[in-house]
Design a protein around this ligand. Sequence first.
Ligand code: PRX
Length: 654
Amino acid sequence: MSSIESVLTETRIFAPRDAFRQAATVSGIEGYEALCNAAEQDYAGFWADLARQEIDWQTPFTEILDESNAPFYRWFADGRLNASYNCLDRHLATHAEKIALIFEADDRTVTNITYRKLHQRVCRFANALKTQGIGLGDRVIIYLPMGIEAIVAMQACARIGAIHSVVFGGFSAKSLHERIVDVGARLVITADAGMRGGKAVTLKTAVDEALNQGGCEAVEKVIVYQRTGIDITWNKDRDLWWHEIEAAESDTCEPVWVDAEHPLFILYTSGSTGTPKGVQHSTGGYLLGAIMSMKWVFDHQDSDIFWCTADVGWITGHSYVAYGPLAIGSTQVVFEGIPTYPDAGRFWQMIERHKVSIFYTAPTAIRSLIKLGGDLPTQYDLSSLRLLGTVGEPINPEAWMWYHTVVGQERCPIADTWWQTETGAHMIAPLPGAIDLKPGSCTRPLPGIIMDIVEENGTPIEGTGGGLLVVKKPWPSMIRNIWNNPERFKKSYFPEELKGLYLAGDSAHRDSDGYFWIMGRIDDVLNVSGHRLGTMEIESALVANPLVAEAAIVGRPHDIKGESIVAYVVLKGARPEGESAKAIAAQLRDWVGKEIGPIAKPDEIRFGENLPKTRSGKIMRRLLRSLAKGEEITSDISTLDNPAILEQLKQSAS
Ligand code: PRX
């Protein structure tokens, strides 16, 4: 929706500035088109050449794309490599002393770590993992705050062929438990707590709670990084201090060479139904996607200081913190804290302090910072910036223009990057030295990424009409499977009606210049502050509360978060009113916080004696969405079994 408004409200086009274009990795529209043509002429050959050029293989591949068991595609399958070797070892000969990570803690303390030092830390920790009996194919849960250790833990797993599954620190013990069980983890790596906005946020307590719930018998050990020194409960048969177990280890560790298709990681994300899905990524293809997008979309050069503000608990933090920047030998900023602490100038101050040249964040953060201090950036020296990026949700033209003029000082192109947990890397995004920008559009697909817009039966939509966003050909960094659930993988992403096309789950339209405009999800997935949440997950959490008989969740457009969560709840007892409704709403909100995590707490709860249903018992969500927006219901409600309920559901309890 916001994209349609974008077309209406901002029609200016921003061409790459000459100086930028001339120095860019891919220069001018001819450069972009040449790459696209090369991919069109020899699709497999195009990706194979890049894979040979950009990745160091221990055993070169001879097979490129294996489609024999589609949609379980395989790329470079007989090649062997190691992701950690590609992110660390291969840089040591030429730039061991280059800074890999500039870590700024919540309290502004800065720790710089070179490639040599990071390599040593990863090796030492990888050896410690081996001493604990962790090896090829074992699953390791990482539940850590943002920081050097999170990256070390991920890289160390990759080094020994263990498969990591990072769980965002904001998820509850219950969510953590679900993931530990589903992935069959043997080890959990956590910290006593993380620091956010001057406060310690406990993590180890959630691990204890998760492991006490049963079903996690495969977890033999818990490694605890001491970040804050707060008191924690200690299980001496199970818990190990990070600093103690690595102290005696050597700082060299031979990488374990794995097949290109060996899973590098599993990352859980929400779908429209059921529990979160364990998105399984490969090693070779994934790494290639991360590398190419760093070069093409971020136009990354040796002298750049790169900063992606995402937490490693999300895919953005995997591809553009833990793997992509290291694989190309970048110097990157890693940030522990939050954008509003100690004040809303924190991002701008950090850009000035570390001379950040490429800055990548979410529209939500931009919108909230505009609100808190639209002219704050002008108090800082942002002249180091040369490129800006956004991710996670559509960016509205107002926010785009502010980002462009106030932060980018009209000098920096903005890369609006469309992609997903499942795609592994950017899919539609401008190559900034080649493509003219239109605020609100993620522009055109990357070279070698073949996208289309189709009707529900898979027929391509000609012209500029809206439809389902699909990918027409398998690409190297694509999802390989849903962990333990190949049937769900096929059903979710390759439904029969689409005859082999990858279904992204978004709707979009394409303008007459071939630019893509994302319109939003087509399923029951919400995008709240750039975080993906399934309505059914929140409904299940609510229904698990002993007071609740039934619940329905809908999204409502929100100025800052993009979407906010509105819950309609039917209690087992009488419908509460007044103070009692307020109190129960507060209680239910906390409940959801504990069941899933604070990000899933409904912004508003409305109580009804029932929900609007058709005679066959189907909840009419369309009506609930309209009610949430405060719209008058003018549409046909003749199929509604209980029209009187609508009046009741207009009222908010909270
Ligand atoms: O709806 C799209 C939206 O975020 C979804 C993917 O969410 P997730 O897997 O959590 O990954 C987020 C970070 C890559 C997409 O299906 N989305 C992502 N980027 C954009 C976007 N919507 C519009 N514009 C974007 N640039």
